[in-house]
Structures are given as structure tokens and as C-alpha cells.
Design a protein around this ligand. Sequence first.
Ligand SMILES: Cc1ncc(COP(=O)(O)O)c(C=O)c1O
Length: 481
Amino acid sequence: MRIPSRGLSRAEVTRALEGAREADWPWREGKLFAYTFAAGEEIEEVGKAAYMAYLTENGLDPTTFPSLRTFENEVVDMARRHLGGDERVVGNFTSGGTESILLAVKTARDHARATRPHVKTPKMLVPETAHAAFHKAAHYLGVEAVITRVSPETFRADVADIASKLDDDVVLVVASACSYAHGVVDPVREIAAVAAARGVLCHVDGCMGAFLLPYFRRLGADVPDFDFSVPGVTSMSMDLHKYGLCPKGASVVLYRDESLRRHQIFACSAWTGYTMVNTTVQSSKSGGPLAAAWAVLQFIGEDGYLRIAKDLLEARDQLVAGVRAIAGLRVMGSPDMSLVAFTSDDLGVFHLVDALKVRGWGVQAQLGSGPSRANIHMTINPGNTRWIGPFLEALAEAAAEVRALPAAAPPREMADELSRMIDADTTGEGLIRMLEALGVGSGTAPTRMADMNALMNELGPEVREKLLVAFVGRMFTPPAG
Ligand SMILES: Cc1ncc(COP(=O)(O)O)c(C=O)c1O
């Protein structure tokens, strides 16, 4: 496509935009258990109106737009009070969980550069279940991610393993509240204590859980300690565009005090342009997400979030009990949050994902990794809560259908052959041919993913990563001609 030689009318543009949605998942129905957090029409409208009102204001310069500075300080204040922080806790609004995590890791690295100059190869301890964003941060920032074990039964980080790997080069220890894959909270109190005993920083990734867990606790759920009330927790990330129900991208990164946060801020006046000082990775940025987050927090309020949390907690309990009641399915660990993973010893979980998709339900396939075998993940959002009963009926039916199918398990030799091929494939041509054979055409993704998932599940992480890069490169190739 070229830029049109003559501009289209507004009506034509709108029609084209609406038409483009046709193949998208109709997530507002509430049958997709991932990617979206359906807040309901009214909340969505409040967020949209605030977003549009500040769409064109630029967060680059807090002196030109003091409105944005005020919103940011107030959002951070709401966040720190929500997470047991006192008035020394400071932080910033970011575009999402990944940006908050990148900033927390950069801060830890630069804090170590300033205070522990003997550290030449900074490392961070990352439990196997911590979000991939920590690996991305390690990759971008030149910090080595040292992987620590989790319990194969509870999927919570193993404190003894963390303690044994805490050497002089470690600049940060990571804990999750909660982990994405299994929805469990790590033993933050113990992890922060071993880190503090060595004078090492401890980041709690609350991107998924930190907003909702305080409400679960108030409703009587047994929630382990995870926030700034725990000694030794030095920074936290918490997304507002997940269970805060704010439009994307909205997250906060918080630090115990300014002496730590100052390592996050980047200033540059060694060039010919304006004096640049940024708190975040982004420099110019729309004021829309921030204004929308401020507005949604004000609009829903504690009473509203508590009501939503109650529905989510009940839905989680109903889902966990319902999955446990289906023969052959097993819930992994004991989820603290409204995120649930389940697996099976005798049913092909990848076929199950496809069988549910055919029935109109969206769940996520998670590949086996370390102690976590291949499984199905569901993040319950407020739009899903009324559907748990019908979902469980569909799941039982899909399980009965899949029981009759042979497991989608490619022969080991095929996975070995593929690994060899990928290693030897310098041009990427072989990979492309293979992806085509698996049904991945340019710009499209296959509908049934069981074979692809099963094959991926057999491969080692490095081979998987190469394949994923080729797969996504193939998906993001503009059509020829
Ligand atoms: C625990 C956890 N941390 C970090 C992230 C990354 O957040 P984002 O996708 O907003 O970058 C996620 C996303 O699901 C998450 O679950």
C-alpha cells in the first residue's frame, strides 16, 4: 500500500478502520481469557473521554504541561498508599509493565555502578516463573539474568536457591506478586530478607497482582505479604492497565526513596537541542494514558474496585473447583490471584486449546518450561466472570472430544532434525519453508495451533526463540506488490 495520492474522506477512513476489525477477537463478549481487561461500557467511556481530552498534550516537558505532572504525582501517591508505602516512596507513570521493569533493572544497575564500583558484571536473580520482561531487561541493559529455581509443586520461588546464588555481583533480586504463568505470589518476606542481609536491592513485580491483591485480602482471602510494608522490598512495579482497568499503556514503577529513584532519571545536555531530562524510556509521549488512568481510578474508587474484586475472587474459586472436577485435568499450584493454569497427564492440552477456540473460547497455551509442563493459562477479567459456568461446560465437552485424539506430539526425531536445521540455517530460507509447511503464510497465523505448539514444546528455549523470531518476522512482512 502507498500513501493515497488523494486523501480519503473521513467517512471512508472510518469505514476502513471498522472493517479492519472483522478478523479480531470479539473480546467484549467476555469469552477471551487473556490480553484484555473488560471494564464495562461506562468505565470504558470515562477512560476514553479522558484519553481523548489529553491525547495531544506531551509528557516530554512537565513544565509546559503542569496538568500532567499533577496527574502523575497523584497517581503515584494513590499507588504508594495502596502498596503500604510511606511518603518517602517515589515513582513514575510508565507505558506498561515492561517499561516499569526495564526502568527498575536500569535503576538497580546504575545504583550498583554508583555505590558498588567493584561490580564489573552485574547480575540479577530471576526465578524461573518471573516475567519474560526481566530477560528482555537483561538483554537490553547488559545485566546477566541468573535463573533461580521454583518449587515444582507450588511454583513459588525457592528462597534457599536464591540465597545460595546471592554473590558479590548480584545487584537485584526479583520476586513476583503474582507470577503470570500460575498466578501465585512468591515468598516475598523471605526473599527480601535474604537480599537485605547482603545489602542487595529487591524488586517485587506486581504488574499483574499488586493492584488487585490488597482488595482480595480485604475480602478475606489469604494473601501473602508482598508490598512496601515488607522490609527489604526496594522497588515495585504495578500495572494500571491490567486490574486497575485503565486503558493501555498505564503502569507505575515505585522506589523506596529518592536516593534509589534518581538512578532511573536520564538527563542529557551534551547536544545542541533542548535540555532533555526523562524519567521514562519514552521521551515525547501522549498525555492520554496518564489522564485516562487518573480518571478511571477516580471514577471506580475503592468501593467499585472492591465490588469488582469480589466477583473476580468468586469466579476464580468457581473456575478452580470446576477444573478440578473434570477428569484428567489438574490445576497447577494454588493460585493466589485470578490467574489459573491447568494441565493434564493424559489429554493433549494443545488440542484442548484448539477445541475451545472452535467453541468460541479463548485461552492461552503455555509451553513446558523447567518444572512447569505444557498447560493452559486463563487470566480472568471482569468481563469473564459471568461466563465461568458455560466455560466449564464447554471445557468438559472439549476434554471428552480431545480424549479421543492422539496427543499432538511430534516424534522426537522431528524436533531434533528441526533443531539441527535451525542451527545450520544462516539465511532463514529453510525456516521460512518450514513455517509455510506448518501453515504460516505471510501476514497470517494458522487457526489450529496444536501441531505448532507441540513442536515448539519439544524444542529447547534457544531453538524456540529462533523459530519465534522467524515466525513473527514472517507475520510482520507487508504484502508484496
Ligand atoms: C507479572 C507480569 N509482569 C510483567 C508483565 C508485562 O506487562 P506488559 O505486557 O504491560 O508490558 C506482565 C504481563 O502480563 C505480567 O503478568
